[in-house]
Design a protein around this ligand. Sequence first.
Ligand code: ZN
Ligand code: ZN
Length: 139
Amino acid sequence: MNILQCSICKKPFQTLGGKVCNECLDKMDKDFVVVRDYIYENSHADMDKVSEETGVSKQVIMYLLKEGRLVIEDSKGTGGGGILLCEVCKKPINTGRMCRDCKDKVASKMQKSITAHKVPEHGKSDPYNFKSAAKLKNR
Ligand SMILES: [Zn+2]
Ligand SMILES: [Zn+2]
């Protein structure tokens, strides 16, 4: 069992893989509905406004956005009004952690490294075995 600091309330909790404690998750499920409905009706509201009007902390809204549960409508075609930025190229995005371009790049990179691993290495002797073989010879 791992102990982690909850990324919302900062209390330590036993995690099963998540970054947020059960208490906050429960609360966030309710917050999520409130924020989602608010954004649905006020698609051009910015983060401050959403937080103010819904009473949900920006931290929680940010978390929901990064998890991809909330999506900000882009009003000017720039995506998210600069609330969320791609973690790679810093372009404004609507949801998640990366823009579509960077996601694609990462995905294709991962695929490449997987196929690279699959290629068997022929004719390379194990350096450890080589050394011990030389030792045996010198004896
Ligand atoms: Zn918590
Ligand atoms: Zn990007």
